[in-house]
Design a protein around this ligand. Structure first.
Ligand SMILES: N[C@@H](CCC(=O)N[C@@H](CS)C(=O)NCC(=O)O)C(=O)O
Length: 239
């Protein structure tokens, strides 16, 4: 293909776009974060309405390379990773990476639903009571369940990396999940610290990778905020 990689995602939040940004940043491969420039959101909306040939994306993030447009975070990473050197060549390992990324997608959807349990079209303030109820179950049941699964998967893979002893996009994505959870649920994540030793060590190793460290210190890395997927509402957190 050889063309420019264009990433389409909402400006102002890390969101699901961040999983794709981290892959480009870690690989040191140039990409255009289209919506961060003037007129970018309008271009994104045109593509959502079907302006490019072929299948139109339903929701961002999506990637455009030449006239090929691809949506769904996990599918975009599955497509990009071999090109960016972020997954081994073995097709089974690529599918296991994809499986883990899809599980991450399930996990972050549940994290999001703690602050929007009724509808994304409503403000948080309009669903605060339901959010509190939902957050109890997320903190007590779902969060330990997902984190336990990922901690065990990392242990079974040797403790350093999720796939084949190699650094992959799944390691990068897990860094993002752990960072987001630490921001949104600091008290609960602290109480789970002993049960997430390997995941926290992985988070530290990814943050220390030279290109990732440079990215995190740059203006390109947006600060977390309460419009994002991971939001810090103290009333939704508890040890
Ligand atoms: N399963 C999709 C979810 C995409 C998604 O929910 N995108 C959000 C932003 S993070 C959005 O803009 N949704 C618009 C909508 O659902 O109308 C993925 O993983 O990429």
């Amino acid at each position: 293909m050889g063309e420019t990689y264009e990433l389409y995602y909402w400006p102002g939040i890390q969101g699901r776009g961040e999983f794709i940004r981290l892959a480009f940043e870690d690989a040191g491969v140039p990409y255009v974060d289209v919506c961060r420039a003037r007129g970018g959101v309008a271009r994104m909306e045109k593509l959502r309405r079907g302006a490019a040939p072929g299948l139109a994306p339903l929701a961002p993030p999506f990637l455009k390379v030449g006239d090929f447009v691809l949506a769904q975070t996990a599918a975009v990473l599955h497509f990009l990773a071999p090109r960016l050197g972020l997954v081994p060549e073995d097709p089974r390992q690529q599918l296991h990476a994809h499986q883990l990324q899809l599980t991450i997608a399930d996990f972050i959807a549940e994290a999001h639903d703690t602050h929007h349990p009724i509808a994304v079209s409503l403000y948080y303030g309009d669903q605060k009571r339901e959010a509190k109820r939902r957050a109890v179950h997320f903190r007590d049941e779902r969060l330990p369940m997902f984190l336990g699964y990922f901690e065990r998967a990392l242990e079974r893979a040797g403790g350093e990396h999720f796939i084949g002893g190699a650094h992959t996009y799944v390691d990068l994505s897990m860094f993002q999940v752990m960072s987001g959870l630490a921001y949104a649920f600091p008290r609960r994540m602290k109480s789970l610290a002993r049960r997430t030793r390997r995941l926290r060590a992985l988070q530290g190793r990814v943050a220390a990778r030279p290109r990732i460290a440079a990215y995190l210190a740059s203006e390109r890395r947006l600060p977390p905020n309460e419009h994002d997927l991971f939001r810090h509402y103290p009333e939704l957190d508890a040890a």
